[in-house]
Design a protein around this ligand. Structure first.
Ligand SMILES: *Cc1c(COP(=O)(O)O)cnc(C)c1O
Length: 359
C-alpha cells in the first residue's frame, strides 16, 4: 500500500466535531433527555399520518424544488417564492450561507458563547471566525460586534434568542446595529426559537428583512414544530441570496417525508403553537423555581435555561444524570437545560435545590 494519503484541505485540521446532546439511557435510571432543546411532545397524529402516507413511495426521489412546502411558506410569511430556500435543517442552510458568501481570507462574526455550529461551519468554509464575547449578562454585545466589522467581513450571525443562554436582543438595539452594517455584509438572524418568544420588544426578523436586502432570516421546523428528526429548515432572504442558496442546495436533500411533515405542521400550526404555549408556562415555572432557590438565571425567551456554573458544571450535570435527566454541560462555563416534560422539569428543580444548598 502507498504511504501517502489523499490531500485534504488544511482548513479542516483541528475543527471540533459537533457535539450532539447525549441521549437518555435506555436501561439506567436516566429517563429524560433535556440536552438538545427538542420538543418533548410526540408527533401530532395528523402529521404522523402525512409522513406515513409519504413513506409508501420512498423508492422515488423527493420533489427537488420542495414546491408544496415553498408555496405554504410563501403564503404563511407573505414573502415571494423567489425569497425562499429550504434545506436539511436550518444548520444545513447556515452552512450553505457560508458557502455562498465566505472563503479563505474572509471573516465571519458571531457572539460567543453562541450556537456551537457557527465555529464549525465557518472553519469548514475556510473563513476566519471572529468571536465577540457576550456581555457579562450573557447578551449579544451588538456594539462590539459592529466594531469588529472590517473590509473582510462577509457574514454576521445574530442568534436571537441566543443558544445556549436564551437571551434576546430587542428592536431598538438590533435596528441600530443593522444601520451600522455595510450593505455588502450579510446579517443572518438565526431565529430557531422564534415561536417561544413572549417579549414583545423582540422584533420578528421577517419584518426586518423586508426593508433590508442584506438581512437573511433562518427558521427551523426542529424545535417548536417538533420535527428535529426529519431535518427541514428554511431561509427568507432577498433574491440574490435566496437564489444562491437554491443553487447550492444538495440535490434532493429534503426528503418527501420531511416536506409532507412540514406542510402538515404549518396547517396544524394552532395546535402546535398551543403546545409551545404550554412549554412557555413550564419555562416560567422552572425559571421562577430556580430564582426562588437563589439561582441567577439569565432571562430566557427560548425552550431552555442557562445556569452559569463555572467550575461546578460537570458536577451539576452528573447530579442531574444520577436523578434521570441528561443536560448539556459546557465544561467550565455552564449547563443548558431544555424545558421538557413537567416530570423532567421537576427533577431538575429538585437537583438544583440540593445543589444550591450544597454550593
Ligand atoms: C437547534 C438550532 C438550529 C436548528 O437546527 P436544525 O438544523 O434546523 O435542526 C439552528 N440554530 C440554532 C441556534 C439552534 O439552536
Amino acid at each position: 500500500m502507498s504511504e501517502t494519503s489523499p490531500k485534504l484541505r488544511a482548513e479542516l485540521e483541528g475543527i471540533p466535531t459537533y457535539k450532539p446532546g447525549r441521549p437518555a439511557a435506555v436501561d439506567g435510571p436516566t429517563a429524560y433527555k433535556l440536552s438538545s432543546n427538542e420538543n418533548p411532545y410526540p408527533p401530532l397524529p395528523g402529521v404522523l399520518e402525512s409522513v406515513t402516507a409519504a413513506a409508501t413511495s420512498f423508492n422515488r426521489y423527493p420533489d427537488m424544488a420542495c414546491a408544496g412546502l415553498m408555496n405554504e411558506l410563501s403564503e404563511r410569511f407573505g414573502v415571494p417564492l423567489s425569497h425562499l430556500a429550504t434545506g436539511t435543517g436550518s444548520v444545513g442552510v447556515a452552512q450553505q450561507l457560508l458557502q455562498v458568501t465566505s472563503g479563505p481570507g474572509d471573516e465571519v462574526i458571531y457572539a460567543w458563547r453562541s450556537f456551537e455550529a457557527y465555529p464549525i461551519i465557518t472553519r469548514i468554509s475556510g473563513a476566519t471566525p471572529v468571536q465577540v464575547p457576550l456581555t457579562p449578562g450573557d447578551v449579544h454585545d451588538l456594539d462590539a460586534m459592529a466594531d469588529a466589522i472590517t473590509d473582510r467581513t462577509r457574514l454576521i450571525f445574530v442568534c436571537n434568542p441566543n443558544n445556549p443562554t436564551g437571551t434576546v436582543v430587542r428592536r431598538a438595539e438590533l435596528e441600530r446595529f443593522l444601520d451600522r452594517v455595510p450593505g455588502d455584509v450579510l446579517v443572518v438572524l438565526d431565529e430557531a426559537y422564534r415561536e417561544f418568544i413572549r417579549d414583545t420588544e423582540v422584533p420578528d426578523g421577517v419584518e426586518l428583512y423586508r426593508e433590508r436586502p442584506n438581512v437573511c432570516v433562518l427558521r427551523t421546523f426542529s424545535k417548536a414544530y417538533g420535527l428535529a428528526g426529519l431535518r427541514v429548515g428554511f431561509a427568507i432572504a432577498h433574491e440574490p441570496v435566496a437564489a444562491a442558496l437554491r443553487k447550492t442546495a444538495v440535490p434532493f436533500g429534503v426528503s418527501q417525508l420531511a416536506q409532507e411533515a412540514a406542510i402538515a405542521s404549518l396547517r396544524a400550526e394552532d395546535e402546535l403553537l398551543g403546545r409551545v404555549g404550554s412549554l412557555v408556562c413550564e419555562r416560567t415555572r422552572v425559571v421562577e423555581g430556580l430564582q426562588a432557590q437563589g439561582w441567577t438565571v439569565p432571562e430566557t425567551q427560548a425552550n431552555f435555561v442557562w445556569l452559569r456554573l463555572g467550575e461546578r458544571t460537570a458536577d451539576f450535570a452528573a447530579a442531574c444524570e444520577e436523578h434521570g435527566v441528561v443536560v448539556r454541560p459546557f465544561p467550565g462555563e455552564g449547563v443548558r437545560v431544555t424545558v421538557g416534560e413537567s416530570e423532567a422539569n421537576d427533577i431538575l428543580l429538585k437537583v438544583a435545590e440540593v445543589f444550591s444548598k450544597a454550593g
